[in-house]
Design a protein around this ligand. Structure first.
Ligand code: TXA
Ligand code: MG
Length: 339
């Protein structure tokens, strides 16, 4: 199969629509990362997504809809606080998990009674979703466990020959996946941190909890995605705490002396420190949103440049950095996850 990358035009949108209604998958841009989209009502299309990504079949998908789509077609109950959150943040990088009507394919939620719904802000995503006018399930458009894609080229690198069409909407500004927030209970609970922070949600509706899975208890995990090693670049990775600049540098020298192509990924303020010491660096940036938006791009660049990637954790850990740290730790395999 030939994989084409096309800019978003009336012609490419109509081609994408035909592929979707034929049961195929199309890669689409969003403001967070690119997604691999298929018809949420079509069992075959949904199964095809799991297959082409190599995604574990217990990790449910997010249904994407345009901003005028009637949510009550697919969700069963819409608590008043969820409406407030939609008014404040959507379209945007926030996914809400509702009780499902069960109208979409049962493969979407992998047996859960809930459905994750996202209304992306990206103009190209909205144009595509209006064109098809059905819910589109779209996980990040990367081979399972690999770094999520923030450009059409990244998608091409993972899926060349496996999907027919990538709609090119430019580089994703957000850079990390949407915040996933459960709205099936009394209060919102964040299942995956992202650009819409716990503080932002709490400011809007008074309270917001954060779910931390207890891997050891054997309890059924609410958001199965949290269990898996994710976002990993294909090189050796070593993560150091924000205070351990010396440790990072020592390891850098050791790896270099063994002939390994080695880089240090760090926030902007440390770049000159490492450079002065003679190390090659990758600059994560200085503001929260810069670090979110550059992270995956740099991890993908690193796997081309490096045998060994050393990262130093950013010093700031609140707000958007909760999401950035979550991705960084998973990419470096330093959290308790299934492999
Ligand atoms: O920004 C995003 O959310 C991107 C773009 C393409 O929209 N999509 C994305 O999809 O990141 P994916 O499949 O890579 O991640 C979906 C996450 C997983 O952690 C999954 O476990 C969780 O959402 N999820 C999906 N449905 C769920 C449900 N019914 N209940 C709890 N968690 C759910
Ligand atoms: Mg993903």
């Amino acid at each position: 199969m030939k994989t084409q990358i096309k800019p978003i035009t009336p012609e490419s949108l109509s081609e994408a629509k035909n592929i979707i209604f034929d049961g195929g998958v199309v890669a689409i841009p969003t403001e967070t990362v690119y997604g691999l989209g298929g018809n949420a009502f079509d069992d075959r299309a949904v199964q095809r997504i799991f297959e082409v990504k190599g995604r574990p079949n217990d990790n449910p998908l997010i249904a994407h809809v345009h901003s005028d789509y009637d949510l009550l077609k697919i969700i069963d109950y819409d608590p008043p606080y969820a409406k407030k959150l939609r008014e404040a943040f959507l379209p945007g990088p926030l996914t809400l998990v509702y009780p499902s009507t069960g109208k979409v394919s049962p493969y979407v939620s992998c047996g859960l009674q809930t459905l994750a719904v996202r209304i992306p802000a990206h103009a190209g995503a909205q144009a595509f979703l209006r064109e098809v006018d059905i819910p589109i399930v779209a996980p990040s458009a990367n081979i399972s466990k690999h770094v999520s894609p923030t450009s059409a080229q990244h998608v091409y690198e993972d899926f060349e020959g496996k999907i027919p069409l990538i709609l090119d909407g430019g580089a994703c500004e957000g850079g990390i996946e949407s915040t996933v927030c459960d709205v099936t209970g009394e209060v919102p609970v964040i299942l995956r941190p992202g650009l819409i922070t716990r503080e932002m949600i709490a400011d809007m509706v008074g309270v917001c909890e954060e779910y931390t899975p207890d891997f050891k208890s054997g309890e059924k995990v609410k958001s199965p995605g949290v269990l898996y090693k994710h976002y990993a670049p294909r090189c050796k990775t070593l993560l150091f705490g924000a205070e351990d600049i010396e440790g990072a540098l020592k390891t850098y020298i050791k790896e270099k002396n063994m002939g390994k192509r080695t880089f240090i990924l760090c926030e902007e303020s440390l770049v000159s420190v490492f450079k002065t010491a003679g190390a090659d660096t990758l600059n994560l940036g200085s503001t929260d949103s810069e670090m979110a938006s550059r992270l995956y791009e740099l991890l993908r660049e690193a796997e081309k440049l490096c045998d060994v990637l050393i990262a130093v954790e950013p010093r700031k850990t609140d707000g958007i950095m909760v999401g950035v740290m979550n991705r960084l730790k998973k990419a470096f395999g330093s959290v308790d996850v299934k492999h």
